[in-house]
Design a protein around this ligand. Sequence first.
Ligand code: DP6
Length: 343
Amino acid sequence: MVLQVKSDYIHMQPSTLASATAQAPSNIAFVKYWGKTDHDLTLPQNPSISMSLDSLYTTTTVTFSDSYTQDEVWIAAPNEPSQQVTGTKATRVIQQLDRIRQLNSESRRAKVESVNNFPSGVGIASSASAFAALTLATTTALNMTLTPTELSRLTRLGGSGSATRSIFGGYVEWLTGDDQSSVAQQLFPESYWQLSDVIAIISTAEKKVSSLEGHELAETSPFYQTRLTDLPRRLKVVRHALEQRDITLLGAELEPEALSLHTVAMTCVPPVFYPMTETFWLLDELRAWSKEGVEVYGTMDAGPNVHCICQKSDAEKIKEKLNQLPYVQQVLVAHAGGGARIV
Ligand code: DP6
């Protein structure tokens, strides 16, 4: 039997699908980004340095199709079903899709499905891994070939500055500059020095003031300029400590750096308090443990949880000690890891 194919069927365009899945790591900043010179372009006031984390990541699939009539954003927390998000969260994702679509004269709508393997909104930069994964998945789905540097610039434009660094693995610096030059670069690969981030979760509550608002308020603190004046020295020491693999030198900068950011935040108008009482109790403990011989140094991002930075060989010991503290709800262990990749 010969199949009769209707001519109008032959001329119909098939629904074209384009899809890619990317995975990107979270990162912990040793020298923190706080405040911008340009809010629209996400240009930072100061360079920042971070370590990409191997076991905390976001996996994002972006699918473009002719058959979609609107963009959809779905996010899943660990062990929970995926939920469609709307409002500001979805808008920020769709704006990044639009930015990339514009570069390609692309008109198809997309479905974004994102899964974090760690709780979001607890001071572990979930938007860093999310925006890095989103940018890599979207550009790959649209067949764009970008260098990691170009990718970090495009990620930066998504508005989560720390995501700029999550494109790279290991130890990463995000440079100040203009729209072209403010990109991330790898200082050392993860294999250069195996450090760990043992994260003590003190609270899983969503932070009341987003980093986005925190950056905008920074300049209202009388201590902000003092922070910026001291940062070139701190950056130099941290780069040198990484180069020398010197945990004592690095550690001496970590807690003061976090406290410098939080002093600024707490003295903004209106003030922003990210740490909790327990955060300070834990910093005291870490100082005592270091004196006893297990070197470990605390740092916090925009949240109450303490990232305990130590040599990989000490990570399990630190985890055990943290688990004995009644106010520590959960301990997550991550090591220096690779950058964003297609999976
Ligand atoms: C305190 O604007 O990158 O973590 O988008 O919420 O991840 P999110 O924040 P972002 O600011 C991050 C600020 C910081 C310090 C840092 O990671 O450098």
